[in-house]
Design a protein around this ligand. Structure first.
Ligand code: CP
Ligand code: NVA
Length: 297
């Protein structure tokens, strides 16, 4: 595996390898047999805010023996208009790998091809692959396996996290239900391209009924701030709360964070499920260490 740019570009074998290694990373934290990033320097190149992704990659790279630098896009010439392709050609001659958070998926793809070094998508408008791989790990940890998984995604069904779930469901073959108002449903063309067992409905009760995971994400993703008022109006009611949870009494309740209480999830449900939700956040570290190790080989 040279890069991790999307779930779309992964196959089941690679995903399984990452998920298995994530378990090893978690159980051997602090006493790893190998430090595959020794003598390497990686860069985090971020054009959007981050807490979890930034901290987990910075800690993870160090724990694997590497050195790491954080570059906010606005602090380097990229923010003044230097093309991503030129930035990539410079960085590729100096560092050993890059973790990129930006807007256009094409920019991460270009960074990977022009730098020639291992590149990880740390979130684009299109996908959030590290989040979904970590969440799959959390689901396996909680339920034992992905056998019989039915994941109901409630909210902005056309966001990066939902799209990565679409590809994960298609590749791994589990059932995915997306409840979103028409304006925030994934494009038909994407669903046709992905295939798999995916139901899209405006009815969140239909999506939630008997699901094994109820999952949500923010209504206003980074970069969509100007659309806030319309999004909040349209997505009103697409909330994981006590009433919805009753339809899926056995379900794990998951949130990629950050959470906006009273919008995509109510405060009580969030706090009642905080152990799972913050374990999701912790598992970013272990899963990304697995990804980094596989890319460093
Ligand atoms: N879930 C997630 O990616 O969080 P950050 O934006 O804080 O990195
Ligand atoms: N969909 C959200 C995910 C945040 C981790 C966003 O892009 O802002």
């Amino acid at each position: 595996m040279k890069n991790l740019l999307s779930i779309e570009s992964l196959d089941a074998e690679r995903m399984t390898a990452i998920l298995k290694l994530a378990a090893v990373m978690k159980s051997t934290r602090g006493r790893h047999a190998a430090h595959p990033l020794r003598h390497q320097c990686w860069a985090l190149l971020f054009s959007k805010s981050s807490t979890r992704t930034r901290v987990s990659f910075e800690v993870g790279i160090r724990e694997l023996g590497g050195d790491v630098m954080f570059l906010a896009a606005d602090d380097i010439q990229l923010g003044r208009g230097e093309p991503i392709r030129d930035t990539a050609r410079v960085m590729g001659r100096m560092i050993h790998g890059a973790v990129v958070r930006t807007f256009a998926q094409q920019d991460v793809e270009d960074f990977a091809s022009f730098s020639g070094i291992p590149t990880i998508n740390a979130l684009t408008d299109e996908e959030h692959p590290c989040q979904i791989l970590s969440d799959l790990f959390t689901i396996i940890e909680s339920r034992g396996s992905l056998e019989g998984l039915c994941l109901a995604f409630i909210g902005d069904g056309d966001c990066n996290v939902a799209r990565s779930w679409i590809w994960a469901a298609a590749v791994l073959g589990f059932e995915l239900r997306i409840a979103a108002p028409p304006e925030f449903q994934p494009a038909r063309s994407l669903l046709e391209k992905a295939g798999g067992r995916i139901l899209v409905t405006p009815d969140l009760r239909v999506a939630a009924e008997g699901a094994s995971v109820l999952y949500t994400d923010v209504w206003v993703s980074m970069g969509k701030e100007q659309e806030s008022a319309n999004r909040i109006a349209q997505l009103q009611g697409y909330q994981i709360n006590g009433e919805l949870s009753k339809l899926a009494p056995e379900a794990l309740i998951m949130h990629c964070l950050p959470a906006y209480r009273g919008k995509e999830i109510d405060s009580e449900t969030f706090e009642a499920n905080a152990e799972t939700i913050f374990r999701q956040a912790e598992n970013r570290l272990h899963t990304q260490k697995a990804i980094l190790s596989l890319l460093a080989q």
